[in-house]
Design a protein around this ligand. Structure first.
Ligand code: GLN
Ligand code: ZN
Length: 762
C-alpha cells in the first residue's frame, strides 16, 4: 500500500511567496531573489512531506501565481495581446507570465489581465485559459521539467510531477470568439501532453499525477468522449510510466464508467465529499487499476476520524488487495492552512480536534501504518474524536432546540410584499429613484491603523471608539451634503464583513496564521466554526444607533447574512452545513430585531456568497437553494411589516437562480450591473421580479469616476426593463477599497443622475 499527496500549500508558512512576489512586482527584488524564494519553499515542502513518510510527493504543484496559468504557459496558450510584452528588452518568461495574471501597464503598453474565476467550488481563483478557433498548442515552458529535476534530486523516485489534465484544462477555459467549441481542441492539445509526459518519463518519472476535476462534474457526451480520446491516445503513445488521474470535490456518478475505464494506472477519488461513491467505483473497477482513496479532508481544518477512514480503506483492500490501494488527502492541500502547531493561542482542547496541511500528511501516513497493524495509533485519535463528539464547547442544547423549532411562520414576513411596500412608502417618504450606498466607505490607512493599534492594546476602547465615531460623523455629514437619501454609517469598525461578526458570535474561533491562497499573492484567513453558534450580545447596535442619532435622514443598518458567513468560514464537519447556517441565521435574526427595536427602520443583510455556494452537480442545487433561501428568510422575517429589509449581492448572473432570489423576498435587492451595462438585469425583467431593486450604476472595482450622463443612461435602460417605481440608485458594491476623492466625485454624479432621471421619468 502506498501513500500520496496531491499538492501542498505553496505560500510558505510565513507567507513568504506573497512577500517575494509583491516585492518583485514593486521592483524591490530581482528575479534571482524571487526564484530563490520559490526554491526554498519547494524544498521545505518536499522535506516536510518526506519526513511525514509520504510515498508519492507532488512537484510542479508549486506556482508563482496559479497552476492553470502555469499550464497555459506550458502549452503555449498565450493570448495574442501579450506578444509585445515578450519583445520588451529585459523581459523574461516570468514577466510575460505576471502580465497575463495581472495586466501590463508600462513601457508604453496597456494590456488587460486574463480573467480570473473560482476554482470549482473553492475560494481559490484561477486564471481562465482563453482559446481561439485557430488555437495552436506547443510545449513552451520548462518549469515542470526543472521542478521535477530538482524534486528528483531531493526525493528520488518519490517525486511525482503534477499536471492539470487536458480535458479539464479545456473545459475550465473560455472561447474568445464564436464558431468553435473549446472541447474540440483536444486533438491539437493531446500531442503536447504526449511530449510532456514522455520527457518527464525520460527524466525518470515513475508516476505522473494528472488532475481532472471535471470528471466529477455534469458532462456532455462530447466531454466524455474527449476524456476517452485523450487518455487512449496518450496510452497509445506513452509507455512505462504510471499515470494517475485525480478527481475531487464531487462524486463521479454517471461518469464512473468513463473514469474507471481510462487506460491509466490509477484513479483518485474524493471520499470526503462523496464517501458513498466507493461502492459504485469498486463494483466497476477493472483488473489492474489502482485506486487512490481521498480520505483525509484537504479543504477543511478538522482531525480525521480514523475509524471512518479505516472502514473505507478496509472495504477497498478487501476487494482490490492492499497493493492496489493508495491512501491520500481528498484533494490538494492547497486549500488548507499550513501548520496547526503555530496556533498556540487556540484553546488546546479544540486544537486537538483540528489538523492543518502538515498534520494531514501525518494522518495519511498513520492510516497506512494502522492498516499495517500499528493499531496503537488509533487510541489518541479515537479519544480526540470522542471528546469533540461530546464536548460542551460544541454542543449547546438551547441552540439545537431553537433550530429544531423553526417554523414556516418564522421564515415568512407577516404580509406580502405589496402590503409592505405601501407601508414603507408611507413611513419613509422617499423620492422616486432613492439613492443609497452598499455600506462601506473608504478604509483609509488611518482607519486601518486605528484598528491595528486598538487590537494591539495601544488604544483604549474609549479612544478607539471616539476615533471611529469621528470618522462616522464625517461620513454622515458628507452623505447629507451631497444629498443621498438613505445613509449608512460607513463600517469603519469592521475589518471584514465575516470576521467582524464571527468575532462576536459564540462557536467561532480565529487562527493567527491560518492563511490560504485566494488568488496570486492574496491570502485569506477564514474563521473556524467549531461549535453551535449563538449571539451573546448586540453586535452592531452601538455603531448603528450612534450614526442614526447624528442625522435626520434615514440610516440603514448593515449585517452579513448567514450563507455568506458560512461560505467564507471553515465549517464544522460534524453536522450538515444547513444546520450550521440555520444557527447563524437565528443569531443574525436576533441582531435584526435588536436594530429594529433600537429604531432602525431599514436593515440590509448582505448575501454576497449565496451564488458561490451553489453545488457543482446540478442535481444537488435544489436542496441547497432551498435551505440557503430559507435561512435568509429566517434571518429577515422576524421584523414588522413597516421595517424594510434590503439584501445585496456582488454579481448579477441570476439567470438560473432568479426564482430563488425572488423567494428570498427582500424588500430591496442591490446587485452589480454597471459593467454589463444593465444587460444582466434581463433575468429580473423576464421573471418580472416583483420587489424593489437597485441595479449598480457605478463600477467600484476601478478608480474611474463615472459621469452623470453615463449613469442617467444606465438608469434609463433599467427603467425600460423594470417598473420605475421599484428602482433604487446605488453603486455596484461597498466602497471600502476606493479612495475618498474618486468616491466623492462618483457619488455626487450618482445623486445628480438620480435627480435627472426623476424629472425625466416620473
Ligand atoms: N456591506 C458590505 C460593504 O459595503 C458589502 C460588501 C460585499 O458585498 N462584498 O463593504
Ligand atoms: Zn458587494
Amino acid at each position: 500500500m502506498l501513500t500520496q499527496n496531491l499538492g501542498y500549500p505553496r505560500i510558505g508558512a510565513q507567507r513568504q511567496l506573497k512577500k517575494a512576489c509583491e516585492q518583485y512586482w514593486a521592483g524591490k527584488i530581482g528575479l534571482d531573489e524571487l526564484h530563490e524564494a520559490g526554491r526554498k519553499i519547494r524544498e521545505d515542502n518536499w522535506k516536510t512531506q518526506l519526513d511525514a513518510g509520504i510515498d508519492l510527493i507532488p512537484c510542479n504543484d508549486f506556482s508563482f501565481y496559479d497552476q492553470v496559468l502555469d499550464t497555459s504557459l506550458l502549452l503555449g496558450a498565450v493570448p495574442e495581446r501579450y506578444a509585445p510584452v515578450g519583445q520588451i528588452a529585459g523581459n523574461r518568461e516570468i514577466d510575460l507570465y505576471f502580465a497575463m495574471a495581472r495586466g501590463y501597464q508600462k513601457d508604453g503598453l496597456d494590456i488587460t489581465a486574463m480573467e480570473m474565476t473560482k476554482w470549482l467550488d473553492t475560494n481559490y481563483h484561477y486564471i481562465v485559459p482563453e482559446f481561439t478557433a485557430q488555437q495552436q498548442f506547443r510545449l513552451s515552458s520548462g518549469k515542470v521539467f526543472a521542478e521535477y529535476a530538482a524534486a528528483r534530486q531531493q526525493l528520488g523516485e518519490k517525486a511525482k510531477p503534477v499536471l492539470v489534465g487536458p480535458v479539464s484544462y479545456l473545459l475550465l477555459g473560455k472561447e474568445k470568439e464564436a464558431g468553435f467549441e473549446r472541447i474540440d481542441l483536444i486533438r491539437q492539445l493531446v500531442p503536447v501532453y504526449v511530449e510532456i509526459i514522455n520527457r518527464l518519463k525520460e527524466q525518470g518519472a515513475e508516476w505522473i499525477q494528472i488532475d481532472e476535476p471535471c470528471l466529477a462534474l455534469d458532462l456532455s457526451k462530447n466531454d466524455k468522449e474527449a476524456f476517452e480520446y485523450a487518455y487512449e491516445t496518450i496510452a497509445h503513445r506513452v509507455t512505462d510510466v504510471k499515470l494517475l488521474v485525480a478527481t475531487y470535490f464531487e462524486a463521479l456518478l454517471d461518469n464512473t464508467q468513463v473514469a474507471v475505464n481510462l487506460p491509466v494506472a490509477a484513479l483518485h477519488i474524493d471520499l470526503v465529499r462523496a464517501p458513498e461513491q466507493l461502492d459504485e467505483v469498486l463494483a466497476l473497477v477493472p483488473e489492474g487499476l489502482q485506486l487512490s482513496l481521498g480520505v483525509v479532508d484537504g479543504r477543511n481544518v478538522w482531525k480525521n476520524d480514523y475509524e471512518k477512514s479505516l472502514a473505507l480503506i478496509k472495504k477497498a483492500t478487501q476487494k482490490l488487495g492492499a497493493d492496489r490501494v493508495i491512501i491520500a488527502p481528498s484533494c490538494s492541500l492547497l486549500h488548507s492552512p499550513i501548520d496547526l502547531d503555530q496556533e498556540t493561542a487556540i484553546d488546546p482542547e479544540i486544537r486537538n480536534w483540528m489538523a492543518f496541511a502538515r498534520q494531514k500528511l501525518n494522518e495519511v501516513a498513520e492510516l497506512k501504518q494502522i492498516t499495517e497493524g500499528h493499531t496503537e495509533l488509533l487510541e489518541a485519535n479515537r479519544a480526540a474524536i470522542e471528546r469533540r463528539r461530546n464536548s460542551g464547547k460544541v454542543h449547546k442544547p438551547a441552540v439545537r432546540d431553537r433550530v429544531a423549532a423553526i417554523t414556516e411562520a418564522d421564515a415568512t414576513r407577516n404580509s406580502a410584499f405589496p402590503v409592505r411596500q405601501l407601508l414603507h412608502r408611507e413611513r419613509f417618504k422617499l423620492p422616486a429613484f432613492p439613492t443609497t450606498t452598499i455600506g462601506s466607505f473608504p478604509q483609509t490607512d488611518e482607519i486601518r491603523q486605528l484598528r491595528a493599534r486598538f487590537k494591539k492594546g495601544d488604544l483604549t476602547p474609549e479612544q478607539y471608539g471616539q476615533e471611529i465615531e469621528r470618522a462616522t460623523i464625517d461620513t454622515i455629514r458628507w452623505q447629507e451634503e451631497i444629498g443621498l437619501d438613505v445613509l449608512v454609517h460607513g463600517e469603519f469598525e469592521r475589518n471584514d464583513m465575516v470576521e467582524y461578526f464571527g468575532e462576536q458570535l459564540d462557536g467561532f474561533l480565529f487562527t493567527r496564521n491560518g492563511w490560504v491562497q485566494s488568488y496570486g499573492s492574496r491570502c485569506v484567513k477564514p474563521p473556524v466554526i467549531y461549535g453551535d453558534v449563538s449571539r451573546p450580545a448586540d453586535m452592531t447596535v452601538r455603531w448603528t444607533t450612534f450614526a442614526a442619532a447624528q442625522t435626520e435622514k434615514l440610516m440603514k443598518g448593515m449585517l452579513t447574512g448567514p450563507v455568506t458567513i458560512l461560505q467564507w468560514s471553515f465549517v464544522r464537519d460534524d453536522q450538515p452545513r444547513e444546520v450550521t447556517t440555520y444557527q447563524i441565521a437565528l443569531a443574525i435574526r436576533d441582531e435584526v430585531l435588536a436594530l429594529e427595536k433600537a429604531g432602525i427602520g431599514i436593515i440590509q443583510i448582505d448575501e454576497a456568497a449565496i451564488r458561490e455556494g451553489l453545488p457543482l452537480r446540478r442535481a444537488k442545487r435544489p436542496h441547497y437553494l432551498d435551505w440557503a433561501v430559507k435561512s435568509f428568510r429566517v434571518t429577515a422575517s422576524g421584523v414588522a411589516d413597516t421595517t424594510q429589509i434590503h439584501t445585496h449581492m456582488c454579481y448579477s448572473e441570476f439567470n438560473d437562480i432568479i426564482e430563488h432570489i425572488a423567494a428570498m423576498d427582500a424588500d430591496v435587492i442591490t446587485i452589480e450591473t454597471s459593467r454589463s451595462q444593465m444587460e444582466l438585469l434581463q433575468a429580473f425583467a423576464h421573471f418580472e421580479y416583483p420587489n424593489e431593486i437597485g441595479p449598480g450604476v457605478y463600477d467600484i472595482h476601478s478608480p474611474r469616476v463615472p459621469g452623470k450622463e453615463e449613469m442617467v443612461s444606465l438608469l434609463t435602460k433599467a427603467a425600460d426593463l423594470l417598473p420605475a417605481q421599484n428602482l433604487w440608485v446605488n453603486p455596484d458594491c461597498g466602497l471600502k477599497t476606493r479612495k475618498w476623492p474618486e468616491t466623492k466625485a462618483a457619488l455626487e454624479n450618482m445623486v445628480a443622475a438620480a435627480r435627472a432621471v426623476r424629472e425625466k421619468i416620473s
